[in-house]
Design a protein around this ligand. Structure first.
Ligand code: DTR
Length: 339
């Protein structure tokens, strides 16, 4: 009898080791709300769910994160101010939607040759760490990442500058500058507004990363893709400072250790998902991918060349920023991270 009770005691003690400390102590988990603006299946929300899983696992259940995709807690343009005001503990924002507010980090959206989302995410992280932009002084930045390079998805074939001239194409931030330089008419709006704009004919296409062909089913309306592989869109995930300061140090360390890992994970996810989405688009909707002939591509590239120089002079004149150093750093970070 004695050996049997000893046996069950050992089983009970072993089971206790598997239950998170908080559950044993009976203390409730720290609850955090995480606001996001696009639909749950899109890459900003996929990365949010991965970050949630990792934080809950690595803190041993001390933290519980309630996620709110689709703008159900905060919309795209209200994200940063909403997190500062404490309407959400955490928020994911696309900096291109507020170009004047995120001058330094939006410089990654210049056509400087970022080859993929993984490189773009690590470049953005390095730039943020080096310049610590004032735009983020009232929040804690948990991670940063970028979209993949952008290409034109359109309802009509675009094979030349002539085809693009005067066309209403959706694009924000750096992408809007690219569209202007190419002679299109950029129409700015957050991504969630694009499906209706496309359906109503407000725009004839969009300049964005190609995973949206599947994630928003744009392949159904946009049967043509013109390869430009230009401007990326930069994102940041930010936390309310009071919420951050209330966290125990070990939880803060888990989140700090995740910053670079999450940036790279999201970049790699995006790059993989772009190729999956394009395979799906070609199979399901016979989407035509238009590669510009060398001579035409040279014309397009020539139009884009002045953009960085114009940004540098605007940054210096308007904001007293050393635009030249910022652009030089971005190019150096690209060389450092490009695989
Ligand atoms: N390309 C930017 C950012 C972006 C790319 N994919 C998604 C998905 C969901 C929201 C935003 C984005 C844009 O077009 O808004």
């Amino acid at each position: 009898m004695k050996t049997l009770s000893g046996f069950f005691l050992k089983i009970f003690l072993a089971a206790c080791l598997l239950v998170p400390a908080t559950a044993i102590a009976g203390t409730s988990a720290i609850r955090l709300t995480y606001a996001n603006f696009p639909p749950a299946n899109t890459f900003p929300c996929v990365q949010m769910e991965r970050w949630k899983t990792e934080v809950e696992k690595r803190t041993g259940g001390k933290v519980r994160i309630d996620t709110f995709p689709g703008g159900t807690l905060l919309g795209a343009k209200a994200m940063l101010d909403g997190v500062i005001a404490g309407q959400a503990d955490i928020g994911c924002l696309c900096m291109a939607y507020q170009p004047g507010r995120f001058l330094v980090t939006n410089a990654t959206g210049l056509p400087l040759g970022i080859p993929d989302a993984r490189t773009g995410s690590l470049v953005l992280l390095d730039l943020f760490r080096k310049y610590q932009p004032k735009a983020f002084s009232k929040v804690k930045v948990l991670t940063l990442f970028t979209s993949a390079p952008t290409n034109i998805m359109s309802k009509v074939p675009i094979r030349s500058l002539q085809d693009l001239k005067g066309l209403d194409i959706r694009g924000s931030g750096g992408a809007a500058q690219v569209l202007s330089a190419l002679g299109a008419n950029p129409v700015g709006m957050p991504m969630p507004a694009v499906p209706e704009a496309l359906q109503k004919g407000v725009v004839k296409g969009l300049l964005s990363s190609l995973e949206v062909m599947k994630d928003f089913n744009f392949a159904e309306l946009c049967r043509f893709v013109t390869m430009t592989d230009t401007s990326i869109y930069p994102f940041a995930v930010v936390m309310n400072l009071d919420s951050w300061n209330r966290l125990p140090e070990d939880v803060q360390k888990v989140m700090d250790d995740l910053m670079a890992e999450q940036a790279e994970w999201t970049g790699r996810y995006m790059d993989r998902h772009v190729s999956e989405a394009m395979q799906w688009s070609k199979a399901k909707y016979k989407v035509e991918v238009i590669e510009l002939p060398a001579q035409e591509k040279a014309r397009w590239d020539k139009r884009l060349q002045p953009i960085a120089a114009e940004w540098i002079s605007r940054a210096r004149a308007g904001k007293g920023l050393d635009g030249e150093a910022i652009v030089a750093d971005i190019k150096a970070f690209i060389a450092k991270h490009a695989e």
